[in-house]
Design a protein around this ligand. Structure first.
Ligand code: CA
Ligand code: CA
Length: 578
C-alpha cells in the first residue's frame, strides 16, 4: 500500500513537471519559473542570486522550469515588459529590399515583413522603421517618385494597410521613412519643371502661373556650389547628394502645402510617425532656416496627430544635434555614439574608459535637455549607411559585440536596432554590402530569403544564421532578446536620468543609476573588460540583484554589498526598502 502511494506521488510529480515544461515552452520561455510567478520585475526579489544551478531553495521551491547553464536565462525568466504608450520604445529598422520575400522574386516586401511580425514582437521590439516604401527606380528608394503610393516591388497600398493593422494589433508602432530633402529626378514635379525650362526661350524668365513646379526646386542661371547643369539648357539645379536627387525648395509655401498633404495622407492611414531623412540638408548653409523648416514640419505633423513621433537623421556632432532640438522635434539619432568611430566602439576597444561612456551619456542628456526638455534621445549603434558592427572587433567571438550592443540598448530614449545586427551579420565597404539579405538560414535559396542588392559582394558571415542561434543560450540573438527583456522590464532604463555611481564606475566598469520620478531608480553595473571584477556597492544603499546578463556560463553574484561580475557581464540592481 505504501509503495503504491509512493508511486502515485512520483507519478504526480512527473506529470506536474511535464505540464510546467510544456507551458513554458509554448510561451517561448518567457513565463516565470514556478517558484516566483509575478507580472512585475518585483518577482526577482525572491530570485536566488545564482539560479543557474536550479537547486531547490531552503523555502522548498519546487522550481521545475527547464534550466540553462547560462544564468540569465533562468534568472530573468520572470521579468515582464512594462507597457507604456509613450515614445520610449525599442525600434527595429528594416531595410525593406533585403528583409523577407513573400512572393519568390527575391525582393523583400511588405507581406514578407508581415510574416515576421511575431519574430519582431517576440524579441521585444515595439516599433518598426521601414526604409522608404514609395515608388522609386533604385533598390534603396531614397529618391521618391510618388510620396503617396507604394512601390509595386514591395507590394500594394492594401498590403501596407494590412501591415499597419497587424502591427497595431501587436502593440508595434510603425514609422514611415520620409525623404523630403530631395525627390527623384523622375518625379512628376521635376519633370514638369525641367520640361518647362527646356521650352523657355533663352533669356526669358520662368512665370509662376505657367509652371509653379519650377519653384518646387532651386534653379540658377549661374553655376553654384551644390548645383549641377540641367541637360539641354543653360540652367543649373540644386542637387546636394546626386544629380538624380534634385533638392526640394523647402522654403516655398507651395512645397510646404504639398508636404502637409503628404503627412496628412499617411497619418490618416494610421502611421505612428516619421523617420526624417537628411534633416541637416533641408536648407544648406543656413542653420536658422534649416531649424525653421524642421519646426514647421514638426508643428504640422503634431497639429494633425498630437502624439505622432518624429525622429530626424542628423549625421553630425553633439552640439549641432543639440541645436536642432530647438525645432521641437521629438528625437534625433544620437550619431556620436554610433558607428566604427563612435563612443560605444571606442569604449569597448579601450580607447575610452568605461566611465567615459557614462560621462558621454550625461553630456548628451545635458546638451539636448537644455534645448528641449521633452527630447527623447534616439540611440543606435549602426544603420543602413554604416558597416555592420560584427566587423568592428576582428578578434571577438561574441562577448565584445554583445557588450557593445548592450551599451546602446541601455542608453535612455527610443533605442534603434538595424535588422540583422541581432545575429551579428557582416557587411561593410560598399553600401550594398551593408544591406545584405537577412540571414534567416544558411540556405540562400530557402523560401523567404532575399537575393540582396545588385552589385553586393559575397558577404561572408561570422556568426551562424538565425535558425541556429535560436537554439543556443549563448548566441548573440539570445543576448539581444535578454537585453531587450531587461530594458523593458525596468522602464527607468529608457526614461530615467543618468547619474554616475561614484566609487564604483571606473576604467573597466561602467556603473550608473537611472533615476526616474515615475519609474523609480535602477543601478546598472557593466563589466566592459575581459577580467572579472568585484565591486563594493555598500555605500550606494540597500540594493537587490534584479536582472543579470551573462556572455558566458560564469554567474554573477551579489552578497552583502559585494557584486562579482565575470568578464563582459551586466548586473541590474534595484533599491530595497531598508
Ligand atoms: Ca518579393
Ligand atoms: Ca536641401
Amino acid at each position: 500500500m505504501r509503495r503504491i502511494k509512493e508511486y502515485l506521488v512520483s507519478f504526480l510529480f512527473i506529470l506536474l513537471f511535464l505540464i510546467a515544461y510544456v507551458t513554458n515552452q509554448n510561451a517561448g520561455g518567457t513565463l516565470p519559473g514556478a517558484g516566483g510567478p509575478s507580472a512585475t520585475p518585483a518577482a526577482t526579489e525572491s530570485a536566488p542570486a545564482d539560479a543557474a544551478t536550479a537547486t531547490p531553495t531552503a523555502e522548498g521551491s519546487t522550481s521545475v522550469a527547464p534550466t540553462s547553464a547560462v544564468q540569465m536565462i533562468n534568472f530573468n525568466r520572470g521579468l515582464q515588459p512594462v507597457v507604456r504608450d509613450d515614445a520610449y520604445r525599442t525600434t527595429y529598422e528594416i531595410f525593406v529590399y533585403s528583409f523577407r520575400d513573400s512572393n519568390g522574386d527575391g525582393i523583400g516586401d511588405l507581406n514578407g515583413i508581415r510574416e515576421k511580425l511575431d519574430y519582431i514582437a517576440d524579441m521585444g521590439f515595439d516599433q518598426i522603421w521601414l526604409t522608404p516604401v514609395h515608388p522609386s527606380d533604385t533598390y534603396h528608394k531614397y529618391d521618391v517618385d510618388d510620396y503617396c503610393a507604394i512601390d509595386p516591388a514591395f507590394g500594394t497600398m492594401e498590403d501596407y494597410e494590412a501591415l499597419l493593422q497587424e502591427c497595431h494589433a501587436r502593440g508595434i508602432h510603425v514609422l514611415l521613412d520620409l525623404v523630403l530633402n530631395h525627390t527623384s529626378d523622375t518625379h512628376p514635379w521635376f519633370r514638369a519643371a525641367t520640361d518647362y525650362l527646356r521650352t523657355l526661350p533663352a533669356g526669358k524668365d520662368p512665370v509662376f502661373e505657367e509652371c509653379p513646379y519650377v519653384w518646387y526646386y532651386t534653379f540658377s542661371r549661374e553655376p553654384m556650389d551644390g548645383f549641377v547643369p540641367l541637360e539641354g539648357t543653360s540652367w543649373y539645379y540644386e542637387a546636394r547628394f546626386w544629380s538624380e536627387m534634385p533638392d526640394l525648395n523647402l522654403g516655398n509655401e507651395v512645397v510646404r502645402e504639398e508636404i502637409k498633404n503628404i503627412v496628412q495622407f499617411w497619418l490618416d492611414k494610421g502611421v505612428d510617425g516619421f523617420r526624417l531623412d537628411a534633416v541637416t540638408s533641408y536648407v544648406t548653409a543656413n542653420p536658422d532656416a534649416n531649424i525653421e523648416f524642421l519646426k514647421y514640419l514638426t508643428d504640422t505633423c503634431k497639429s494633425i496627430k498630437p502624439d505622432c513621433y518624429l525622429v530626424g537623421e542628423a549625421w553630425t556632432d553633439r552640439l549641432s544635434i543639440a541645436n536642432l532640438y530647438a525645432s521641437g522635434i521629438d528625437s534625433l539619432f544620437d550619431f556620436p555614439f554610433s558607428n566604427a568611430e563612435g563612443v560605444i566602439r571606442s569604449t569597448l576597444n579601450g580607447s575610452y574608459k568605461a566611465s567615459d561612456f557614462v560621462e558621454a551619456m550625461k553630456l548628451a542628456e545635458q546638451a539636448y535637455g537644455e534645448v528641449n526638455p521633452n527630447y527623447v534621445d534616439a540611440p543606435f549603434y549602426t544603420n543602413h549607411d554604416m558597416g555592420r558592427s560584427a566587423g568592428y572587433y576582428a578578434q571577438d567571438d561574441g562577448p565584445v559585440t554583445k557588450m557593445a550592443y548592450a551599451l546602446s540598448l541601455f542608453m535612455p530614449g527610443n533605442s534603434f536596432v538595424y535588422y540583422g545586427e541581432e545575429i551579428g551579420m557582416k557587411g561593410a565597404g560598399k553600401d550594398e554590402n551593408k544591406r545584405a539579405p537577412m540571414y534567416w538560414t544558411a540556405d540562400a535559396s530557402a523560401p523567404g530569403m532575399c537575393t540582396g542588392p545588385e552589385g553586393m559582394d559575397d558577404v561572408q558571415m561570422k556568426f551562424p544564421p538565425l535558425d541556429e542561434q535560436m537554439s543556443d543560450d549563448l548566441s548573440l540573438w539570445r543576448w539581444f532578446t535578454e537585453v531587450i527583456r531587461v530594458r523593458k522590464a525596468f522602464p527607468a532604463i529608457a526614461r530615467g536620468r543618468t547619474e554616475t555611481a561614484e566609487g564604483v564606475c571606473d576604467e573597466s566598469v561602467a556603473a550608473f543609476f537611472r533615476r526616474s520620478a515615475d519609474d523609480g531608480d535602477v543601478l546598472v553595473v557593466m563589466n566592459l573588460r575581459d577580467q572579472a571584477a568585484t565591486k563594493d556597492l555598500s555605500a550606494l544603499g540597500n540594493l537587490q540583484l534584479a536582472a543579470v546578463l551573462n556572455t558566458s556560463e560564469e554567474s554573477i553574484s551579489y552578497d552583502n554589498g559585494s557584486l562579482n561580475l565575470p568578464a563582459y557581464s551586466i548586473a541590474v540592481l534595484t533599491p530595497t526598502a531598508d
